[in-house]
Write a protein that binds this ligand. Structure first.
Ligand code: ATP
Ligand code: MG
Length: 380
């Protein structure tokens, strides 16, 4: 008997038809990267992926963060014979918590003499005969006893939910505007979870925003790296731009003009580094600059798709995700960000594109943008 980690990948990957191989290869590669430093063997049995390793706890912790894996199970590999299967299933059932169970059998080896139904029936009966207090519940069991019959037979009860999503690196790239807040790290996580490669840009207003504020953004990027591996973080200086806006524009238009500069720089950096799109942590109606009109006016300067994965989410739900993915505690550290320093008392909630274009035409937009890009620093 061998103990193996069964890695089940997201059902969506099965739907990829001819492209399935590409997604599988990427996922496999990501799994290898995440298990780096652990000794393990990769075992394939008729489409199922198993990992054999001594340090399975550590391996499972790491695999839980790999996008594209939907479930991880601790399976026992045994001989393909009903006596062994019954014994192992009994043992697993005894070790599971709950009073009701259901046996589910998958038979990939069609030469095996019993059908899936027969196996389930026999295993179920064996467990009932040899235990007290356990009963079968087909509709809503406390736990499942899973039997798989392939080249070998496998039995498992314990199932661990993993990240789901699509393998990281299978779906283009985005330049995430990463602030030190709660929302943008969640937005990055959500894009990455669908396979999109992340790059991040942070607009830093030295000396109005401190080194600690910058460090906080680096820390957030590092937490995201736990899911993705390497991420490029670009830190773009923003002080000159803000000063010019404050000096030359109306107070109620500061925020929206600032957001247009952020968008321009994010797009230009994306162009420079071959990144397909831009993403932000905006959610409709959350603050004055995130009204429909606000979003329309900031998108006006974008030359590539802008994704806002949190657009229809409530703040409380975004906060729940932030807690789940481990960014929340860092995000709520109280270091100022460049938007909170220069907040107008009554920002426009209904800006108009033509008005704002005109308002900012007093600025040397290209020069300001190019200078910020020139002085952008890369961390990874
Ligand atoms: P967050 O919690 O992500 O900071 P927020 O609710 O505070 O978001 P805003 O400050 O209006 O909202 O920012 C909206 C979005 O703009 C952020 O989610 C982020 O994508 C981007 N953004 C804001 N400030 C910065 C910054 N200093 N650097 C990079 N991106 C920023
Ligand atoms: Mg913010």
């Amino acid at each position: 008997m061998r103990k193996l980690i069964l890695v089940k990948y997201a059902p969506e990957i099965f739907l990829k038809g001819l492209n399935k191989g590409k997604f599988e290869r990427k996922l496999l590669n990501n799994i290898k990267n995440v298990l780096n430093g652990i000794e393990y063997d990769f075992v394939k049995d008729e489409g199922r992926w198993f990992i054999e390793c001594d340090n399975s706890e550590e391996a499972i912790e790491r695999l839980k963060k790999v996008f594209g894996i939907s479930e991880i199970c601790l399976a026992h590999e045994i001989e393909k014979d009903m006596e062994c299967i019954n014994k192992e299933a009994l043992e697993s059932a005894i070790n599971s918590s709950g009073k009701t169970f259901k046996v589910v059998t998958k038979r990939a080896d069609k030469k095996f003499p019993l059908t899936s139904m027969d196996v389930s029936r026999e295993v179920g009966a064996y467990i009932l005969e040899n235990t007290q207090g356990l009963t079968v519940d087909i509709k809503k069991p406390d736990f499942f006893v899973n039997v798989e019959i392939r080249e070998n037979a496998y039995v498992y009860c314990e199932r661990i939910k993993a990240e789901g999503g699509m393998p990281y690196g299978t779906n283009g790239s985005t330049m995430l505007m990463l602030s030190g807040g709660i929302d943008s790290p969640v937005a990055g996580y959500m894009m990455a979870r669908r396979g999109v490669t992340l790059n991040c840009v942070y607009f830093h207003s030295h000396p109005y925003t401190s080194e600690r504020a910058k460090q906080k953004v680096k820390d957030l990027a590092n937490i995201l790296k736990g899911y993705t591996g390497k991420i490029n973080l670009y830190v773009a200086p923003f002080t000159d731009i803000q000063m010019q806006i404050i000096e030359k524009c109306r107070e109620d238009e500061l925020t929206i003009i600032m957001r247009r500069f952020m968008m321009r720089i994010a797009c230009k950096l994306a162009e420079k580094y071959g990144v397909d799109s831009v993403s932000t942590g905006e959610s409709i109606g959350q603050v004055a600059s995130q009204t429909m009109d606000g979003l329309i006016v900031s998108t006006d300067v974008a030359d590539r798709p802008v994704f806002r994965p949190l657009i229809a989410m409530d703040k409380v739900d975004i906060m729940d995700v932030a807690r789940d993915i481990g960014t929340y505690d860092t995000s709520i550290l109280p270091y100022e960000d460049c938007c909170t320093i220069f907040v107008p008392k009554h920002p426009k909630t209904k800006p108009r594109v033509d008005e704002i274009r005109k308002a900012e035409s007093v600025l040397d937009i290209d020069e300001l943008v190019n200078k910020s890009i020139e002085d952008t620093e890369l961390f990874n």
